[in-house]
Write a protein that binds this ligand. Structure first.
Ligand code: PLP
Length: 975
């Protein structure tokens, strides 16, 4: 390779861990001659692709950033007054730098291992407290995907509670006020149809809800910006036996009576305007708060307060028994990845500004809106909103002329049905108001515009009946960190409690915690990408268009499919979107009745949960003793349900980490019986460039871009779950209510693009568009050869670790030639009988060695699943293997009676600094063995901040907001 080519290809060497020498050593340990030989042994020849991927060649990081500058310049960032759920905001620099752009926050995994996740758990608890306080409802979750899907989650939760038996639905109707955001209505429609909910849209003032209604939704302030007092409507709904969800706006709630005080059962919305860029649609954290009665059925993750083994306060995810990974087809929601990083940003925004700061921002926005309204009145334009917070609505005779004048001045308003609405936000200045007025002046034929800014902050535009009187954010955390110094230190104090990829490898099977390179991440903060409203006119996002089109093409190429939709916001959302395309296909081919989905027992819990949401019946397929799909059972069930078969959901390579030889046969069986094959692409990191879902015979798959394609996990989101489909399913990809621009785009490149046909699955046309840049950069900088090598090395790394560990541990399942795919399962079950040690003990003990546990008890209880990814080098893999082998010796010592069965380093793990440094040490093993079990640990010790967390105590006594200060005082007295 010449020096110039070398530069273009240098990113591969930065992304992939093992170098040439290490590779040779590792292959020797595995017992194969070459990497090609290992791959040939691992991936069945029948599904091997031999052709090079048709994607662009690699680019150096420097080259990429400069070329992206040119693409970015094609996006036009106008002042956005569009509103409709997306608002410009000022991201405090201290949060931008220390959270959004900090791998110590964005590379974390979902906080399942609570002892090494206390920092983000605390921040998410702050988020829940903020939501609970602002909405006036006691229970809040730790984020959902977007406002529209959060509304749909509320609808389905109500439906399930009122109609326990889905075969005998007694209350099928859900009332939707006409002035709910259009994208929310669209999602409600998508989600209602498959499960038999009847949507009734109308004016809430005229609605007559009866016993056939299970629920209703209203928007507060509504989509026009008007504020209504919904008390009477809510009472009527309750009298009829229906629940009410209010979609609402957190900034407005600093001034408005909260939904809980109006009587609402649930409040949903987006926390975007609290310090998260619009990003052309996302990512942002949606919120969901509810009355206490809903605690067992509320969707998503809830952070709760519990105690650790020492009796100290400790946080962890509460009530996990409600979640899809346990309840599977009985789950009320398929939510897995949510929007943790963005929830943390919004929570920190509230911590930084405090209640007074937030109120001042809200008042300023509202005062400017009132001034705008008044001055427009003077120009002859009447605001039709009698009361409002930040939005005015005008009916104008010549909306098109107004649009042209506004766009010439680089402003976007929202135009709908002959009227225009203008929404102000935190970034709006007095000068901006004058600029808006001058556009209207031009329309009215005068350039004599001026504005008198009224400083009287008694907001007469907000009716006294719904003016907020209750306090919020009174907890000290929201009243302490208002200087940048304090904020910076608070952020750091939380960050260091958490183990992230900047500490050590996180070998979570099925999660692909690979490198999230800085160059991939940097452009996400550029204003040309962050500053765009998702409903901005098409000619303002040409840069995005280029990126999205290329990315769609590459993902289609990589998956061997015909088209891609970038809309779904998570893997599970992708599952749902993909199943809805299958459903639509069957419906269009006289197959409305095809509603049986075969799902292997080893499938991820989101698979059955998504199938149920798509209106399907789940039939479980068994596994054989080798962990493979039981072909006889599959065939029998496919034939048995031949007439109703919708399809099969299959993960490949399997969740057992094996490339099943029979996969083509499996797909054929489904096709022969009238079904389609959905492939869960969570394990795509074992396929890229070597095989593909299309080649294997699937019809549709989702991709977890936050796994294979380098989007960081963010401590539990954001993620992206695009779906790729074959020709057959292309016409049924998700659409979007604001899709006129998408249609232009679809014809502009002659391909069916995202969003012209079916109903939407996300609030924004391209989901969390801004983070698509990360996957774009990943592919662009690695090129065809690099992405394929990433897969080859992921397989190498897994097989190397397997080879080292199998000398001591039993490895469950391997392929026909004894190799694993990109991950493998270590069986820890035998140690329960031999030493009283459970998988959880091993997971917690690994923390003392400075590691995050691999995936625990999925897909097989009592095991750990290790997925190293290609990004770790041999030294790190060895460190982890050494830790595992040392743990084995510790177990052996118990087995041999050299260590106590109950009082040992595994059972007591993890060991905190507090415990190690305490005056008293009562254990038979030494402090040194407890905290520094191998020499490398001394070099850089990661201390878990709490001891083992007690889940049961916390679930029995659910606390999911910051406890009142008095509880700390009581604790101090008790101590
Ligand atoms: C096999 C599999 N399928 C689906 C999912 C769900 O993806 P997401 O968390 O993005 O919703 C996961 C998540 O880890 C998974 O491992």
């Amino acid at each position: 390779m010449n020096l110039f080519e070398q530069q273009a290809n240098e990113f591969a060497g930065r992304h992939i861990g093992p170098n040439e020498k290490e590779t040779a050593n590792m292959l020797k340990t595995i017992g194969v001659g070459t990497l090609d030989e290992l791959i040939d042994r691992t991936i069945p020849a029948s599904i091997r692709s031999r052709k090079k991927l048709n994607i662009s060649s690699a680019m150096s990081e420097h080259q990429y950033l400069s070329s992206l500058r040119q693409v970015a310049a094609q996006n036009k960032v106008f002042k956005s007054y569009i509103g409709q759920g997306y608002y410009d905001t000022i991201v405090p620099s201290v949060i931008l730098r220390n959270v959004f752009e900090n791998p110590g926050w964005y590379t974390q995994y979902t906080p399942y291992q609570a002892e090494i996740s206390q920092g983000r758990l605390e921040s998410l608890l702050n988020f829940q407290t903020m939501i609970s306080d602002l909405t006036g409802l006691p229970l809040a979750n730790a984020s959902l995907l977007d406002e529209a899907t959060a509304a749909a989650e509320a609808m389905t939760m109500f439906f399930n509670l009122k109609n326990k038996d889905h075969d005998h639905v007694t209350t099928p109707k859900f009332f939707v006020d006409s002035n709910v955001f259009a994208q929310t209505k669209d999602i409600l429609l998508t989600r209602a149809q498959p499960i038999g909910i009847e949507l009734v849209t109308g004016d809430f003032r005229k609605a007559a809800l009866d016993a056939s209604y299970f629920g209703a939704i209203v928007q507060y302030p509504d989509s026009n910006g008007a504020i209504h007092d919904y008390r009477q409507f809510i009472q009527q709904a309750h009298d009829a036996g229906a629940y009410v969800v209010m979609a609402t706006d957190l900034l407005a709630l600093t001034l408005l009576t909260p939904p809980g005080e109006l009587g609402a059962d649930v409040a949903v919305g987006s926390s975007q305007r609290l310090g998260v860029p619009m990003g052309f649609g996302g990512p942002h954290a949606a919120f969901f708060s509810a009355k206490d009665d809903f605690k067992r059925s509320i969707p998503g993750r809830i952070i709760g307060v519990s105690v650790d083994a020492q009796g100290n306060r400790a946080l962890r995810m509460a009530l996990q028994t409600r979640e899809q990974h346990i309840k599977r087809e009985k789950a009320t929601s398929n939510i897995c990845t949510a929007q943790a990083l963005l929830a943390n940003m919004s929570a920190m925004y509230a911590v930084y500004h405090g209640p007074e700061g937030l109120t001042n921002i809200a008042k300023r926005v509202s005062l400017l809106t009132r001034t705008l309204s008044g001055e427009l009145e003077g120009l002859g334009f009447t605001n039709t909103n009698g009361s409002y917070f930040d939005t005015i609505r005008l009916s104008v005779k010549n909306a098109e002329a107004l649009r042209q004048l506004a766009e010439a001045r680089k402003m976007n308003f929202f135009y709908s049905g002959g009227s225009v609405s203008i929404t102000l936000d935190e970034t709006t200045s007095q000068e901006d108001v004058v600029n808006i007025l001058s556009v209207f002046g031009q329309l009215a034929g005068t350039d004599l515009v001026s504005a008198t800014f009224d400083m009287d902050d008694r907001l007469t535009n907000i009716p006294s009946s719904v003016t907020r009187t209750s306090e919020f954010l009174t907890h000290p955390v929201f009243n302490s960190h208002h200087s940048e110094t304090k904020m910076m230190r608070y952020l750091r104090s939380l960050e260091v409690k958490d183990l992230s990829l900047n500490t050590s490898m996180i070998s979570l099977g099925s999660c692909t915690m690979k490198l999230n390179a800085a160059t991939e991440l940097i452009p996400v903060s550029w204003p040309e990408f962050g500053g765009l409203h998702p409903f901005a006119p098409a000619d303002q996002w040409k840069g995005y268009r280029q990126i999205l089109t290329e990315l769609e093409d590459w993902l289609s190429e990589i998956t061997g499919f015909a088209a891609t939709s970038l809309q779904p916001n998570s893997g599970a959302n992708g599952e749902y979107a993909g199943l809805m395309t299958i459903r639509a296909y069957h419906a269009a081919h006289n197959g409305e009745h095809r509603d049986v989905m075969l799902i292997p027992i080893s499938a991820h819990g989101t698979n059955p949960a998504s199938a149920v949401m798509a209106g399907m019946k789940v039939v479980v397929v068994k596994s054989d003793d080798d962990g493979h799909i039981d072909i006889d059972d599959l065939k029998a069930k496919a034939v048995q349900h031949k007439d109703q078969l919708a399809g099969l959901m299959v993960t490949y390579p399997s969740t057992h980490g094996v490339f099943e030889e029979s996969i083509k046969d499996i797909c054929q069986t489904i096709h022969d019986n009238g079904g389609l094959v959905y492939m869960d692409g969570a394990n795509m990191n074992a396929q890229v460039g070597l095989t593909s879902p299309g080649l294997i015979g699937a019809d549709v798959c989702h991709l977890n871009l936050h796994k294979t394609f380098a989007i960081p996990h963010g401590g539990g989101g954001p993620g992206m779950g695009p779906i790729c489909v074959n020709e057959k399913l292309k016409p049924y990809l998700p659409g979007h209510v604001h899709s006129a621009d998408l249609e232009v785009r679809a014809s502009s490149n002659g391909k069916a693009a995202t969003g012209t046909q079916g109903h939407a699955v996300s609030a924004a046309p391209f989901g969390s568009a801004s983070i698509l840049l990360i996957s774009y950069a990943y592919i662009k900088m690695l090129g065809a050869e690099g992405v394929t090598n990433a897969t080859r090395y992921a397989i190498l790394n897994a097989n190397y670790m397997k080879a080292r560990l199998e000398k001591r541990y039993k490895i469950l399942y391997s392929g026909a030639n004894g190799t694993c795919a990109h991950e493998f399962i270590v069986d820890l079950r035998p140690f329960k009988a031999s030493a009283g040690i459970e998988a959880e003990d091993v997971a917690k003990r690994l923390m003392d060695y400075g590691f995050h546990a691999p995936t625990l008890s999925f897909p097989v209880p009592g095991t750990i699943m290790i997925e190293p990814t290609e990004s770790e080098d041999k030294a790190e893999l060895d460190r982890f293997c050494d830790a595992m082998l040392s743990v084995f010796e510790e177990i052996q010592a118990i087995e041999e009676g050299k260590a106590d069965k109950n009082d040992n380093a595994l059972k007591n793990a993890p060991h905190t600094q507090h415990v190690i440094c305490a005056d008293e040490w009562k254990h038979a093993y030494s402090r040194n063995q407890a905290a520094f079990p191998l020499p490398y640990v001394r070099d850089s010790k990661f201390w878990p901040s709490v001891a083992r967390v007690n889940n049961t105590v916390g679930d029995r006594n659910l606390i999911c907001t910051c406890e009142p200060v008095s509880s700390y005082a009581e604790e101090a007295v008790a101590n």
